[in-house]
Design a protein around this ligand. Structure first.
Ligand code: NAD
Length: 338
């Protein structure tokens, strides 16, 4: 199938081209495009029955209309999340949407733990100090993760692996999930609770649920009010699970003691680009960056060799399955967005 691949970076091209070449079932015609998909760039996919996008591409109704008008009938996401796609519009226009439901959940879970350790032991400050021949320890005091109560919001593939790792650290685990997973409570020192109880009792809270209308701003001012003073809040899922302004207020008041994020509400215009020569216009983002107890990574939790290989394989396999008019297990159905 001829496929327009939006938001292509060198690493996407490398993995997709290699996997496409070695598997005889694939052999798709991949048209690599650097721009993000949006209403302005959608015409670049003219004549491509397939369009392949990543997390910060926009597939709103108007964009999908342009794609459909130009012959696109398949939207292949190189991501698990599909909150950036108007599923209703896609269904109406006859565009099938497929995704990569799992690609190394270890990558994201391990990065989440990396953020926790970075914050807890202030490794980002320690690294800079030592490079500066400043070997003083003042200001680097941490706390033991062992014995902490960790809250896991969403115990799917990533949340479960994260829970296992934190269990290994000797933490007690509280989880909240709309659909509890029986494996979670088998970990030991772990139980499901309502969100309120999780917020009230955890030293570290980590978000691993999808962004849906129901989870939008799950962490707002009221939720923050319920948290323990000095709580560590970690988000490697989707930016809009958190009300950024409320979190800034929480950090300023000391209620939130540590914030680690790999995703940001308004990341579309920032992440995945080198903007080091630009003046960033997003005041909330700049304010967050100015706090000494905040660590931000730019949506890199997924970024391991294993994950990129898996994303390429599943994406190309999804495209082959749809091209052959077979049922694709990774199709995103309209009801999945509810
Ligand atoms: P998953 O579908 O396996 O698990 C999600 C879990 O969230 C499920 O158990 C589900 O029941 C639960 N859930 C759904 N609605 C909920 C609600 N309202 N409240 C609480 N829990 C709810 O997904 P996963 O593979 O574990 O991925 C989790 C999220 O991680 C994805 O949705 C995506 O947004 C994010 N992600 C981020 C990166 C990154 O690079 N930062 C990479 C991959 C995925």
């Amino acid at each position: 199938m001829k496929v327009a691949v939006f938001s292509t970076k060198a690493y996407d091209r490398q993995f997709l081209e290699t996997v496409n070449a070695v598997n005889a079932d694939f052999n798709h015609e991949l048209v690599f495009l650097e721009p993000q998909l949006n209403q302005q760039t959608a015409p670049l996919a003219m004549g491509c029955p397939g369009v392949c996008i990543f997390v910060n591409d926009g597939a709103d109704a108007k964009t999908l209309e342009i794609l459909a008008h130009n012959g696109t009938r398949l939207l292949a996401l190189r991501s698990a999340g599909f909150n950036h796609v108007d599923l209703q519009a896609a269904a109406k226009l006859g565009i099938k949407v497929v995704r990569v439901p799992a690609y190394s959940p270890y990558a994201v879970a391990e990065h989440t733990v990396g953020l926790i350790l970075m914050l807890n032991r202030k490794l980002y400050r320690a690294y800079n100090r030592v490079r500066d021949d400043n070997f003083a320890l003042d200001g680097l005091l941490g706390f033991d993760i062992h014995g902490c109560t960790v809250g896991v919001v969403g115990t799917g593939k990533i949340g479960m692996i994260f829970a296992q790792i934190m269990h290994g650290f000797g933490c007690s685990l509280l989880a909240y999930d709309a659909y509890p997973n029986p494996q979670f409570e088998k970990l030991g020192a772990s139980r499901y609770v309502q969100l309120d109880e999780l917020l009230e009792n955890c030293d570290i809270i980590s978000l691993h649920c999808p962004l849906t209308p129901e989870t939008y701003y799950l962490i707002d001012a009221d939720a923050i009010d319920q948290m323990k003073p000095g709580v560590m809040l970690i988000n490697t899922s989707r930016g809009a699970l958190i009300d950024t302004k409320a979190v800034i207020t929480g950090i300023k008041s000391g209620k939130i003691g540590y914030l680690g994020i790999d995703v940001y509400e308004q990341e579309e215009g920032l992440f995945f680009e080198d903007l080091s020569d630009s003046v960033i216009q997003d005041d909330d983002f700049q304010l967050l960056q100015s706090f000494p107890n905040v660590v931000i990574t730019a949506h890199q939790a997924f970024f391991t060799r294993e994950a990129l290989q898996s994303i390429a394989e599943t994406t190309l396999s999804n495209i082959t399955t749809c091209e052959q008019n077979k049922v694709c297990a990774n199709e995103v159905k309209l009801e999945d967005g509810k």
